[in-house]
Design a protein around this ligand. Structure first.
Ligand code: BV8
Length: 242
Protein backbone atom coordinates (compact mmCIF):
# COMPACT_ATOMS: atom_id res chain seq x y z
CA UNK A 1 0.00 0.00 0.00
CA UNK A 2 1.25 3.53 -0.62
CA UNK A 3 2.29 5.84 2.18
CA UNK A 4 -0.95 7.83 2.77
CA UNK A 5 -2.04 7.77 6.43
CA UNK A 6 -4.84 5.22 6.72
CA UNK A 7 -7.33 5.66 9.57
CA UNK A 8 -10.72 4.68 8.17
CA UNK A 9 -11.18 1.39 6.33
CA UNK A 10 -14.23 -0.09 4.58
CA UNK A 11 -14.05 -3.78 3.65
CA UNK A 12 -16.64 -5.28 1.25
CA UNK A 13 -16.91 -9.07 1.21
CA UNK A 14 -18.73 -11.45 -1.12
CA UNK A 15 -19.44 -15.13 -1.56
CA UNK A 16 -15.83 -15.85 -2.53
CA UNK A 17 -14.68 -15.53 1.09
CA UNK A 18 -17.11 -18.23 2.21
CA UNK A 19 -16.19 -20.57 -0.65
CA UNK A 20 -13.22 -21.88 1.36
CA UNK A 21 -15.65 -22.83 4.12
CA UNK A 22 -17.61 -24.92 1.63
CA UNK A 23 -20.47 -22.53 0.77
CA UNK A 24 -21.40 -22.14 -2.89
CA UNK A 25 -20.66 -18.96 -4.81
CA UNK A 26 -23.20 -17.67 -7.32
CA UNK A 27 -21.22 -16.99 -10.45
CA UNK A 28 -18.78 -19.30 -12.10
CA UNK A 29 -15.78 -18.29 -14.17
CA UNK A 30 -17.82 -18.24 -17.37
CA UNK A 31 -20.21 -15.74 -15.79
CA UNK A 32 -22.96 -18.39 -15.62
CA UNK A 33 -25.12 -17.85 -12.56
CA UNK A 34 -26.81 -20.71 -10.83
CA UNK A 35 -28.73 -20.96 -7.61
CA UNK A 36 -28.97 -24.55 -6.31
CA UNK A 37 -32.09 -26.03 -4.68
CA UNK A 38 -31.50 -29.69 -3.88
CA UNK A 39 -30.23 -31.37 -7.05
CA UNK A 40 -31.70 -28.66 -9.29
CA UNK A 41 -30.34 -25.26 -10.20
CA UNK A 42 -32.44 -22.21 -10.92
CA UNK A 43 -31.91 -18.76 -12.42
CA UNK A 44 -31.82 -16.13 -9.69
CA UNK A 45 -35.15 -14.74 -10.96
CA UNK A 46 -36.80 -17.98 -9.78
CA UNK A 47 -35.47 -17.94 -6.22
CA UNK A 48 -34.14 -14.50 -5.22
CA UNK A 49 -36.94 -12.05 -6.07
CA UNK A 50 -40.18 -11.05 -4.34
CA UNK A 51 -42.03 -12.08 -7.54
CA UNK A 52 -40.53 -15.58 -7.27
CA UNK A 53 -41.66 -15.76 -3.64
CA UNK A 54 -45.21 -14.74 -4.59
CA UNK A 55 -45.22 -17.22 -7.49
CA UNK A 56 -43.67 -20.22 -5.74
CA UNK A 57 -43.16 -19.67 -2.00
CA UNK A 58 -42.35 -23.34 -1.38
CA UNK A 59 -39.41 -23.28 -3.84
CA UNK A 60 -38.03 -20.05 -2.38
CA UNK A 61 -38.48 -21.14 1.23
CA UNK A 62 -36.79 -24.47 0.39
CA UNK A 63 -33.86 -22.62 -1.23
CA UNK A 64 -33.27 -20.62 1.95
CA UNK A 65 -34.15 -23.38 4.42
CA UNK A 66 -31.47 -25.57 2.83
CA UNK A 67 -28.85 -22.80 2.97
CA UNK A 68 -29.77 -21.95 6.58
CA UNK A 69 -29.47 -25.62 7.58
CA UNK A 70 -26.04 -25.86 5.89
CA UNK A 71 -24.63 -23.15 8.17
CA UNK A 72 -24.44 -25.70 10.97
CA UNK A 73 -22.08 -27.84 8.87
CA UNK A 74 -19.49 -25.16 7.97
CA UNK A 75 -17.04 -23.04 9.95
CA UNK A 76 -15.29 -19.67 9.50
CA UNK A 77 -12.04 -19.85 7.55
CA UNK A 78 -8.70 -17.99 7.62
CA UNK A 79 -10.21 -14.95 5.89
CA UNK A 80 -13.02 -14.56 8.43
CA UNK A 81 -10.51 -14.98 11.26
CA UNK A 82 -8.06 -12.45 9.79
CA UNK A 83 -10.81 -9.85 9.33
CA UNK A 84 -12.00 -10.44 12.90
CA UNK A 85 -8.42 -9.83 14.10
CA UNK A 86 -8.28 -6.60 12.11
CA UNK A 87 -11.63 -5.63 13.64
CA UNK A 88 -10.33 -6.28 17.16
CA UNK A 89 -6.96 -4.54 16.73
CA UNK A 90 -7.47 -1.72 14.18
CA UNK A 91 -7.41 1.60 16.11
CA UNK A 92 -9.19 3.66 13.45
CA UNK A 93 -12.68 3.30 11.98
CA UNK A 94 -13.45 -0.03 10.33
CA UNK A 95 -16.67 -1.24 8.74
CA UNK A 96 -17.00 -4.72 7.24
CA UNK A 97 -19.89 -4.60 4.74
CA UNK A 98 -20.80 -8.12 3.69
CA UNK A 99 -23.01 -9.11 0.80
CA UNK A 100 -23.07 -12.58 2.32
CA UNK A 101 -26.10 -13.87 4.18
CA UNK A 102 -24.15 -16.51 6.14
CA UNK A 103 -23.03 -16.02 9.78
CA UNK A 104 -19.34 -16.81 9.33
CA UNK A 105 -18.02 -13.27 9.99
CA UNK A 106 -19.84 -13.14 13.34
CA UNK A 107 -18.74 -16.65 14.31
CA UNK A 108 -15.13 -15.61 13.70
CA UNK A 109 -15.66 -12.66 16.08
CA UNK A 110 -16.27 -9.70 13.77
CA UNK A 111 -18.17 -6.88 15.49
CA UNK A 112 -17.97 -3.81 13.22
CA UNK A 113 -20.04 -5.64 10.60
CA UNK A 114 -23.25 -5.20 8.63
CA UNK A 115 -25.16 -7.50 6.28
CA UNK A 116 -26.36 -5.34 3.40
CA UNK A 117 -28.22 -8.26 1.76
CA UNK A 118 -29.79 -9.60 4.97
CA UNK A 119 -29.12 -12.83 6.86
CA UNK A 120 -30.20 -16.47 6.65
CA UNK A 121 -30.58 -16.48 10.45
CA UNK A 122 -33.21 -13.74 10.45
CA UNK A 123 -36.92 -13.99 9.56
CA UNK A 124 -39.14 -11.10 8.47
CA UNK A 125 -42.82 -11.13 9.42
CA UNK A 126 -45.01 -9.78 6.63
CA UNK A 127 -47.76 -9.31 9.21
CA UNK A 128 -46.02 -7.03 11.73
CA UNK A 129 -42.69 -6.31 9.92
CA UNK A 130 -40.70 -7.56 12.94
CA UNK A 131 -37.32 -9.21 12.23
CA UNK A 132 -36.59 -12.18 14.49
CA UNK A 133 -33.46 -14.32 14.88
CA UNK A 134 -34.28 -17.64 13.21
CA UNK A 135 -32.55 -21.04 13.19
CA UNK A 136 -34.94 -23.61 11.71
CA UNK A 137 -37.08 -23.93 8.59
CA UNK A 138 -39.74 -21.48 7.41
CA UNK A 139 -41.39 -23.83 4.91
CA UNK A 140 -43.97 -25.01 7.48
CA UNK A 141 -45.28 -21.49 8.11
CA UNK A 142 -44.28 -21.12 11.78
CA UNK A 143 -45.69 -18.38 14.00
CA UNK A 144 -44.00 -14.98 14.18
CA UNK A 145 -42.24 -14.68 17.59
CA UNK A 146 -43.36 -11.04 17.80
CA UNK A 147 -47.02 -11.08 16.77
CA UNK A 148 -47.92 -14.78 16.71
CA UNK A 149 -49.25 -14.70 13.13
CA UNK A 150 -48.72 -18.01 11.33
CA UNK A 151 -47.46 -18.43 7.76
CA UNK A 152 -46.30 -14.80 7.53
CA UNK A 153 -42.53 -15.26 7.87
CA UNK A 154 -40.26 -14.76 4.82
CA UNK A 155 -36.47 -15.00 4.71
CA UNK A 156 -34.94 -11.69 5.86
CA UNK A 157 -32.92 -11.55 2.66
CA UNK A 158 -32.63 -8.57 0.29
CA UNK A 159 -33.86 -9.91 -3.05
CA UNK A 160 -33.22 -8.39 -6.47
CA UNK A 161 -35.26 -5.24 -6.84
CA UNK A 162 -35.30 -4.67 -3.06
CA UNK A 163 -33.35 -1.94 -1.27
CA UNK A 164 -30.22 -3.23 0.51
CA UNK A 165 -29.98 -2.58 4.25
CA UNK A 166 -28.13 0.33 5.93
CA UNK A 167 -27.24 2.17 2.71
CA UNK A 168 -26.90 5.53 4.54
CA UNK A 169 -24.44 4.05 7.04
CA UNK A 170 -22.48 2.47 4.18
CA UNK A 171 -22.38 5.68 2.15
CA UNK A 172 -21.19 7.64 5.22
CA UNK A 173 -18.38 5.14 5.77
CA UNK A 174 -17.38 5.28 2.08
CA UNK A 175 -17.22 9.08 2.23
CA UNK A 176 -14.84 8.91 5.21
CA UNK A 177 -12.78 5.97 3.97
CA UNK A 178 -9.03 6.28 3.43
CA UNK A 179 -8.93 2.68 2.19
CA UNK A 180 -11.60 0.55 0.48
CA UNK A 181 -10.91 -3.18 0.20
CA UNK A 182 -13.09 -5.58 -1.82
CA UNK A 183 -12.64 -9.31 -1.15
CA UNK A 184 -14.21 -12.35 -2.86
CA UNK A 185 -16.86 -10.62 -4.96
CA UNK A 186 -17.45 -10.67 -8.71
CA UNK A 187 -18.57 -7.04 -8.78
CA UNK A 188 -21.72 -8.13 -10.61
CA UNK A 189 -24.40 -6.83 -8.26
CA UNK A 190 -25.28 -3.22 -7.52
CA UNK A 191 -25.19 -1.05 -5.49
CA UNK A 192 -22.31 -3.04 -3.86
CA UNK A 193 -20.40 -3.17 -7.15
CA UNK A 194 -20.41 0.64 -7.28
CA UNK A 195 -18.88 1.19 -3.83
CA UNK A 196 -15.34 1.20 -5.21
CA UNK A 197 -16.17 4.11 -7.49
CA UNK A 198 -17.71 6.12 -4.64
CA UNK A 199 -14.75 5.45 -2.37
CA UNK A 200 -12.20 6.29 -5.06
CA UNK A 201 -14.07 9.46 -6.04
CA UNK A 202 -13.97 10.52 -2.39
CA UNK A 203 -10.20 10.04 -2.30
CA UNK A 204 -9.75 6.55 -0.87
CA UNK A 205 -7.09 4.06 -1.92
CA UNK A 206 -8.78 0.97 -3.37
CA UNK A 207 -7.59 -2.66 -3.20
CA UNK A 208 -9.29 -5.83 -4.44
CA UNK A 209 -8.36 -9.37 -3.46
CA UNK A 210 -10.09 -12.01 -5.57
CA UNK A 211 -9.55 -15.34 -7.32
CA UNK A 212 -9.89 -13.50 -10.65
CA UNK A 213 -10.20 -9.83 -11.61
CA UNK A 214 -13.73 -8.66 -10.69
CA UNK A 215 -15.99 -6.84 -13.14
CA UNK A 216 -14.92 -3.57 -11.51
CA UNK A 217 -11.22 -4.38 -11.44
CA UNK A 218 -10.37 -1.32 -13.50
CA UNK A 219 -11.48 0.92 -10.59
CA UNK A 220 -8.98 -0.51 -8.12
CA UNK A 221 -5.56 1.05 -7.57
CA UNK A 222 -4.29 -2.41 -6.68
CA UNK A 223 -5.54 -5.98 -7.38
CA UNK A 224 -4.15 -9.04 -5.63
CA UNK A 225 -5.27 -12.19 -7.45
CA UNK A 226 -5.48 -15.47 -5.55
CA UNK A 227 -7.32 -17.29 -2.76
CA UNK A 228 -8.62 -15.00 -0.03
CA UNK A 229 -7.39 -17.47 2.59
CA UNK A 230 -3.83 -16.88 1.36
CA UNK A 231 -4.04 -13.15 0.61
CA UNK A 232 -6.11 -11.68 3.46
CA UNK A 233 -4.06 -12.85 6.48
CA UNK A 234 -0.95 -11.42 4.77
CA UNK A 235 -2.74 -8.11 4.13
CA UNK A 236 -4.01 -7.91 7.74
CA UNK A 237 -0.45 -8.50 8.98
CA UNK A 238 0.68 -5.61 6.76
CA UNK A 239 -2.02 -3.35 8.16
CA UNK A 240 -1.34 -4.21 11.82
CA UNK A 241 2.45 -4.16 11.76
CA UNK A 242 3.70 -1.26 13.92
C1 BV8 B 1 -31.53 -2.60 -5.86
C2 BV8 B 1 -29.42 -12.13 -1.56
C3 BV8 B 1 -32.95 -0.74 -6.04
C4 BV8 B 1 -29.93 -13.32 -2.22
C5 BV8 B 1 -28.41 -10.84 -3.30
C6 BV8 B 1 -28.83 -3.44 -14.55
C7 BV8 B 1 -27.61 -2.84 -14.33
C8 BV8 B 1 -27.16 -2.58 -13.03
C9 BV8 B 1 -27.94 -2.94 -11.93
C10 BV8 B 1 -29.14 -3.56 -12.16
C11 BV8 B 1 -29.59 -3.81 -13.46
N1 BV8 B 1 -30.79 -4.41 -13.35
C12 BV8 B 1 -31.11 -4.55 -12.04
C13 BV8 B 1 -30.12 -4.02 -11.32
C14 BV8 B 1 -30.05 -3.93 -9.86
C15 BV8 B 1 -29.70 -5.28 -9.27
C16 BV8 B 1 -28.44 -5.83 -9.86
O1 BV8 B 1 -27.35 -5.37 -9.54
N2 BV8 B 1 -28.59 -6.85 -10.73
C17 BV8 B 1 -27.43 -7.45 -11.35
C18 BV8 B 1 -27.65 -8.95 -11.49
C19 BV8 B 1 -27.20 -6.76 -12.71
N3 BV8 B 1 -29.52 -5.03 -7.86
C20 BV8 B 1 -30.57 -5.09 -7.02
O2 BV8 B 1 -31.68 -5.45 -7.36
C21 BV8 B 1 -30.30 -4.62 -5.60
N4 BV8 B 1 -31.34 -3.71 -5.22
O3 BV8 B 1 -30.86 -2.22 -6.79
O4 BV8 B 1 -32.59 -1.93 -5.38
C22 BV8 B 1 -33.98 -0.09 -5.24
C23 BV8 B 1 -33.92 1.28 -5.11
C24 BV8 B 1 -34.89 1.93 -4.39
C25 BV8 B 1 -35.91 1.19 -3.80
C26 BV8 B 1 -35.95 -0.20 -3.93
C27 BV8 B 1 -34.99 -0.84 -4.67
C28 BV8 B 1 -30.36 -5.78 -4.62
C29 BV8 B 1 -29.22 -6.72 -4.88
C30 BV8 B 1 -29.21 -7.78 -3.79
C31 BV8 B 1 -29.69 -9.08 -4.37
N5 BV8 B 1 -29.50 -10.13 -3.40
N6 BV8 B 1 -28.27 -11.70 -2.31
C32 BV8 B 1 -29.18 -14.51 -1.73
O5 BV8 B 1 -28.02 -14.41 -1.29
O6 BV8 B 1 -29.77 -15.58 -1.84
S1 BV8 B 1 -27.09 -10.60 -4.32
C33 BV8 B 1 -26.24 -12.03 -4.64
O7 BV8 B 1 -25.13 -11.65 -5.46
C34 BV8 B 1 -25.54 -12.64 -3.46
O8 BV8 B 1 -26.06 -12.32 -2.24
C35 BV8 B 1 -24.15 -12.10 -3.48
O9 BV8 B 1 -23.92 -11.44 -2.30
C36 BV8 B 1 -24.20 -11.12 -4.57
C37 BV8 B 1 -22.91 -10.84 -5.27
O10 BV8 B 1 -22.32 -12.04 -5.58
P1 BV8 B 1 -20.82 -12.26 -5.02
O11 BV8 B 1 -20.86 -12.19 -3.54
O12 BV8 B 1 -19.90 -11.35 -5.72
O13 BV8 B 1 -20.60 -13.76 -5.43
P2 BV8 B 1 -20.22 -14.29 -6.87
O14 BV8 B 1 -20.47 -15.74 -6.89
O15 BV8 B 1 -20.86 -13.41 -7.91
O16 BV8 B 1 -18.66 -14.00 -6.98
C38 BV8 B 1 -17.77 -14.64 -6.11
C39 BV8 B 1 -16.39 -14.12 -6.44
O17 BV8 B 1 -15.47 -14.70 -5.53
C40 BV8 B 1 -15.93 -14.50 -7.84
O18 BV8 B 1 -15.35 -13.36 -8.46
C41 BV8 B 1 -14.86 -15.56 -7.59
O19 BV8 B 1 -13.81 -15.48 -8.52
C42 BV8 B 1 -14.35 -15.17 -6.21
N7 BV8 B 1 -13.84 -16.30 -5.43
C43 BV8 B 1 -14.28 -17.58 -5.41
N8 BV8 B 1 -13.54 -18.29 -4.53
C44 BV8 B 1 -12.63 -17.43 -3.98
C45 BV8 B 1 -12.82 -16.16 -4.55
N9 BV8 B 1 -12.06 -15.10 -4.24
C46 BV8 B 1 -11.09 -15.30 -3.32
N10 BV8 B 1 -10.85 -16.48 -2.73
C47 BV8 B 1 -11.60 -17.56 -3.05
N11 BV8 B 1 -11.33 -18.73 -2.44
Amino acid sequence: MNTIKINNIVVLTGAGISAESGLETFRKRNGETFWPVGDDVFPLEDVATAEAFARDPELVQTFYDQRRAKLGTVAPNATHRALARLDAEWPGDLLIVTQNVDDLHERAGAKRLLHMHGELKSAWCLGCDARSRWEGNLIDGPACPACGAEGQLRPDIVWFGEMPYEMERIEEALRKADLFVSIGTSGAVYPAAGFVQTARYMGARTLEMNLEPSQGSVFFHESRIGRAGDLVPVWVDEMLKP
